[in-house]
Design a protein around this ligand. Structure first.
Ligand SMILES: Cc1ncc(COP(=O)(O)O)c(C=O)c1O
Length: 457
């Protein structure tokens, strides 16, 4: 009797992502760059198109039918996000362009009006530049001081070091939930509880957690939380800020203009109630509505199911990567069942440059990212100039991981061969290149042979 194989989440859902069904360089696309941005399901593409085809009008200002439809859909999306993160009020959700803008909003509106010289802001060394630069700027303007939580031996958030940095001078703790480079999942509930005992506010960067696991801002008890729509099946140009109601009320506006006002006089104005106080100008209406469709889609699948399936993928990814002795993978090891870290792996392979790896993998149809992933200070800490990163989402399959690992093995063997080949004479390399014209040789092989030739002449 043939056992029926259980269909995975990806088997059930891949058809929703038309972009995945294409060839890149003659090979089926294997998209493993989800930490940078996720792909969008048909329902999101349709929501965006439907809005522009049927309902396009500016929000809040009009009483005509199109404007009410646009307003209802836009505000409906806010309700969906509020439910998605379990906010206690829809007024706690502010639409922004992305997570970066949401952090800047808090840095300018709260930081600049609250922080005094000598006040301390605690970040960690693993922060994305989006959660570092705005605080550097605010610190420069206010005289506040930045402090950084180090990594443990397993390259995770060092809670003991964090505790040692806190004092009554600490006014803010702003940390990432899931590191986009290390893949570690930080104990945000504990971090918030500890920070609150010192009276500090806490911002959580949920860019890499909101797309992958259930989130509950009331359980975390954070003061603010930010995320970007494009990493969670939504379009680019839309993200959100969650903030506790009283705190948002106490903050001055970030940007001034239309939509964020109540009454305007020539010399002064009063501001709209939350959340509009922080949404100056015409917002990204279609994008916000499409993000609502993405939230419906994710909620329909179930964030717990997404998280559980991604753990299976993580276990498979790390099992397969362990076959490559040259690899150094950063961040904590997952448990045998794949739990304990995010479904991504940043790695180096000896002297092979991650950009070369990524370029050669692209020839095999595999999309991974190479570089510093907007965590340059972290790369200094882990002593890597850059890393290659494969990051997964629920539409990825174990077969895709196998394709990636096979291509990675070949790429490393090929590049390591090129690196080790400064021996020999220029004449022998010219001979090899002339042979390549007759045999099947990839463009990259030729480029490398040309490079070797340059080094030998
Ligand atoms: C952990 C983390 N924080 C913040 C960001 C910034 O996101 P965005 O560029 O969408 O604002 C990213 C994006 O990669 C991220 O991974």
């Amino acid at each position: 009797m043939v056992a029926t194989q259980e269909r995975t989440l990806a088997d059930k859902l891949r058809l929703d992502f038309p972009i995945l069904y294409q060839e890149i360089n003659g090979q089926p696309l294997v998209y493993l760059d989800n930490a940078a941005t996720s792909q969008k399901p048909l329902v999101v593409l349709e929501a965006l198109q439907d809005y522009y085809r049927r309902d396009n009008a500016n929000v809040h200002r009009g009483v005509h039918t199109l404007s009410s439809r646009a307003t209802d859909a836009y505000e409906g999306s806010r309700d969906k996000i509020a439910a998605f993160v379990n906010a206690s009020s829809r007024q706690e959700i502010v639409f922004t362009r992305n997570a970066t803008e949401a952090i800047n909003l808090v840095a300018y509106a709260w930081g600049q009006s609250t922080l005094q010289p000598g006040d301390e802001i605690i970040l960690s060394v693993m922060e994305h530049h989006s959660n570092l630069i705005p605080w550097q700027m605010v610190a420069q303007r206010t005289g506040a001081v930045l402090k950084f939580v180090e990594l443990t031996d397993t390259q995770e958030f060092d809670l003991d070091h964090f505790r040692s940095l806190l004092s009554d001078r600490t006014k803010l703790v702003s940390v990432v939930h899931v590191s986009n480079t290390l893949g570690c999942i930080n104990p945000v509930e504990e971090i918030v509880a500890i920070a609150h005992t010192h009276g500090a506010k806490v911002l959580i960067d949920a860019c890499q957690s909101a797309p992958h696991m259930p989130l509950d801002v009331q359980a975390i008890d954070c003061d603010w939380l930010v995320a970007s729509g494009h990493k969670m099946c939504g379009p680019t140009g839309i993200g959100f800020l969650y903030g506790k109601l009283d705190l948002l009320r106490s903050m001055p506006p970030f940007l001034g203009g239309g939509e964020m006002i109540a009454d305007v006089y020539l010399d002064h104005a009063t501001y709209a109630d939350l959340p509009h106080k922080f949404e100056a100008g015409t917002p990204a209406i279609g994008e916000a509505i499409a993000l609502g469709a993405a939230i419906d889609y994710l909620t329909g699948i179930g964030m717990d199911k997404i998280h559980a399936y991604e753990e299976e993928l993580t276990a498979h990814l790390f099992r397969r990567l362990a076959e490559i002795p040259e690899l150094k993978i950063f961040g904590p090891q997952p448990k045998a069942n794949g739990s304990g870290r995010a479904a991504l792996a940043s790695f180096t392979a000896g002297d092979v440059h991650p950009h070369d790896l990524s370029t050669i993998l692209d020839q095999a149809g595999v999309a991974i990212r190479a570089g510093h992933h907007c965590t340059q200070p972290l790369h200094r800490v882990i002593q890597a100039q850059s890393t290659a990163r494969a990051s997964l989402y629920f539409y990825n399959t174990t077969q895709e991981i196998d394709t990636f690992v096979a291509a990675l093995k070949e790429a490393i063997a090929f590049l390591a061969g090129c690196l080790g080949s400064t021996v020999g004479s220029a004449d022998s390399v010219i001979w090899e290149i002339s042979l390549s014209r007759r045999s099947c040789c990839s463009v990259w092989e030729l480029v490398w042979k040309g490079d070797r030739l340059l080094r030998l002449t």
